[in-house]
Design a protein around this ligand. Sequence first.
Ligand code: SF4
Ligand code: SF4
Length: 214
Amino acid sequence: MAEEARLVGSSYGAENAEMVRQPVLSPDFDFLYKVEASGPFNASHCFQCRKCTNGCPVSFAMDIFPDRIIRLAILGQTAEVLNSRTIWICASCETCSTRCPNGVRIAELMDYFKELAVEAGIRPALPAVAVFYRTFLDNLKLTGRVFEAGLLPTYWVRSRQVVSMFKSGEMRKNVEQAVKLFMKKRLSALPGAVRGRGEIRSILRSSRPHGRSQ
Ligand code: SF4
Ligand code: SF4
């Protein structure tokens, strides 16, 4: 019995020593006020049930799970949130927002954090994903609707994947697939004429943070 108590005691001692070594977190609630003023996203309603994380189909590829992202945001740990892979991995599927019992708009928060990261000039943890978003929006702005035959080649060039795709044979597979789709009239070689391109452009412009234009 005495031996057991000693072992338990030493185990607690090791845990305490580990806790002492961990950096002390300084909460900064100003970030939460800023987040809610931009939403509201109801982040402060989170009670850490983890239903969001448990339903997320891409949590396996995240470095910080969605419930932790919310917690870090509440505590104002902006560097951890904005530098995370999680905000770029998020597929905006809305599963988390649907499952959340407290109405926390997690999917929208992920988008908002991406915007903040771009605004702050933080290099995206997954640059290729950021390039895809930018290419998608440019494509939409140019033609008024997504022009698939132009979207992917532009993305491959911008994300510097062309050489590796040639070497791996991926490029050939994609071209073969595109030809098949073209033959079945599922892919157009030219962008379609869309009315109201000007309006679409102005919507995209006005949706930029603080009206920035690029
Ligand atoms: S499901 Fe909602 S309340 Fe639960 S941890 Fe996620 S954000 Fe928080
Ligand atoms: S919206 Fe993002 S965080 Fe939420 S479940 Fe889908 S992929 Fe996961």
